[in-house]
Design a protein around this ligand. Structure first.
Ligand SMILES: [Zn+2]
Length: 497
């Protein structure tokens, strides 16, 4: 195999390539090379194609597509299938998902599989390590996508924009070992375990007798300790973290143990399941979806217990004080948030270090400067639905009639679809789409009520409109990318201060 310089006549330049391909447009940033193959992504009408070119035909054997005669070497044009995505990731390590580690990072979920090029543009130059492939099992089932598709779409999107600085893949909000298996098969590297169903939210209000009974009834065998052991380890002991000292009284211990005991057991089970299947992976522990905030002492207890049981994790998502409603800014006392966030950071530094993960993290503009100041980079910001809202914004520009129908369905579905989400939108604040101007309807994407209604109804909307939506967005992709770039860059630059 020759050096890159030897290869140059075969690689060609963009202009030559374009002449060769006739009516097929090449994404200018998508040209990459590796293993003696020259790669690019092109678009012919509605279809995107992967182009691979090499001196010898056998170099292109892993890629399935149509061979095109060219003056020198061989060129293949390949559909964007899963097999071709696998071959591409095999050939170009920079397009394989990577562990995120302790770098400041942002999760950019993409429910439609079209957003990554916009995400790349938003992230470029910000210093954030991006997680382009990120989808919860709930989202995958509501959007009828598989873990493989999620990863492949992120791969194609990163390639289209020539992003070679690496990206993560977060199998988000996993609840069962079967969820893990599906994502391991697809090649995800980050695993977020969702413990919300295993948290006893009542523990904060239980009377002492109930609390003591519940405490004794924890599954001590799985906790690999006795109820006495834990009392001995924690009661009355003080733990220093940065400028703070936390003391667990017996009552605090019992409340923390009852609230999170089963969640800890579940984390251990999920962690060991993963460790049996993968050598290199990272874990995010998520206890954000509970009704009461995670007190710093509770966070401390969870961290110490997970450590005692041999779990290693990269990030942890507490339920912060205040309201993190979908698609809108933080609702709550910013000083109280800062004070509590500071304690969570101190614990994460002292007993990790690991990152604090901010879930439902999009659009929380008022807390980003605080989080940036306090966490000093040890933070992961997780967003998902906000990119779907930008997709709807693009549709409201490009196809106002479709947007009008989407809104009508969203209004109809909101009372049911809101059930599993933290939202408080009031339907009576939204005008009847039948009798409202396009411009007013567009404005709902900047309105508290409009955003929430559109945010939580995506499953219902996609069931009926996915085909139309995707067609509009593909047609007007540059507009969509521009909106994503503007909106998400606004998030990330606030972190930079
Ligand atoms: Zn979450």
């Amino acid at each position: 195999m020759g050096s890159i310089a030897d290869m140059l006549p075969f690689l060609g330049n963009l202009k030559e390539l374009q002449e060769m391909l006739g009516d097929m447009a090449v994404y200018p940033r998508s040209t990459l090379e590796g293993k003696g193959i020259f790669f690019f992504l092109g678009r012919k009408g509605k279809e995107k194609l992967l182009g691979v070119r090499a001196r010898l035909e056998e170099a292109l054997a892993p890629f399935q597509g149509k061979t095109v005669r060219v003056k020198e070497g061989v060129l293949k044009l390949c559909p964007l299938t899963h097999k071709n995505a696998l071959a591409l990731r095999e050939a170009l390590p920079q397009l394989r998902p990577k562990p995120v580690g302790l770098r400041t990072s942002a999760g950019l979920g993409d429910r439609l599989g079209l957003a990554t090029p916009g995400h790349v543009r938003a992230v470029r130059g910000t210093g954030f390590f991006p997680v382009f492939a990120q989808q919860s099992i709930r989202e995958m089932s509501r959007t009828s996508r598989t873990p493989e598709q999620v990863l492949d779409d992120a791969t194609w999107g990163a390639m289209q924009e020539g992003w070679t600085e690496g990206f993560g893949a977060d199998a988000d909000h996993l609840k069962t070992p079967e969820d893990i298996d599906a994502c391991v098969r697809a090649g995800f590297v980050m695993y977020t375990v969702d413990l919300s169903e295993h948290v006893d939210d009542r523990a904060g209000y239980d009377d002492p007798e109930t609390l003591a009974t519940k405490y004794e009834a924890l599954s001590w065998e799985d906790l690999e300790a006795t109820s006495q052991d834990l009392r001995r380890i924690y009661c009355g002991r003080s733990f220093c973290a940065g400028p703070f000292t936390f003391v667990l009284t017996e009552e605090a211990l019992l409340r923390a143990a009852v609230k999170y005991g089963r969640a800890i057991v579940h984390t251990v089970e999920m962690y060991r399941h993963l460790a049996d299947r993968m050598e290199e992976f990272e874990l995010e522990v998520s206890i954000d979806e509970t009704s009461s905030p995670t007190e710093p002492e509770e966070h401390l207890f969870v961290a110490l217990e997970l450590k005692r049981l041999g779990v290693r994790w990269t990030s942890l998502a507490p339920r912060f004080t205040g309201r993190f409603e979908k698609g809108v800014d933080y609702i709550g006392d910013l000083n109280a948030f800062r004070e509590q966030f500071r304690m969570h950071v101190a614990i994460a530094k002292e007993f990790g270090p690991y990152k604090l993960s901010i879930h439902s993290g999009s659009d929380k503009f008022s807390i980003y400067p605080i989080a940036a100041e306090e966490a000093e980079g040890l933070v992961h910001l997780k967003t998902a639905g906000t990119s779907y809202l930008e997709a709807l914004r693009a549709v409201s520009e490009l196809a106002p009639d479709i947007f009008r129908d989407i809104l009508a369905l969203a209004l109809e579905r909101y009372p049911q679809d809101r059930a599993s989400y933290h939202v408080s939108a009031d339907l009576s604040c939204i005008p009847d789409p039948k009798f409202t101007d396009d411009d007013v309807l567009k404005g709902l994407l900047d309105d508290f009520h409009g955003r929430q209604v559109l945010h939580v109804t995506y499953g219902s909307v996609l069931k009926r409109f996915a085909g139309q939506l995707i067609e509009v967005l593909q047609e007007g992709e540059e507009i969509y990318y521009g909106m994503l770039e503007r909106h998400l860059k606004k998030h990330l630059t606030l972190f930079a201060g």
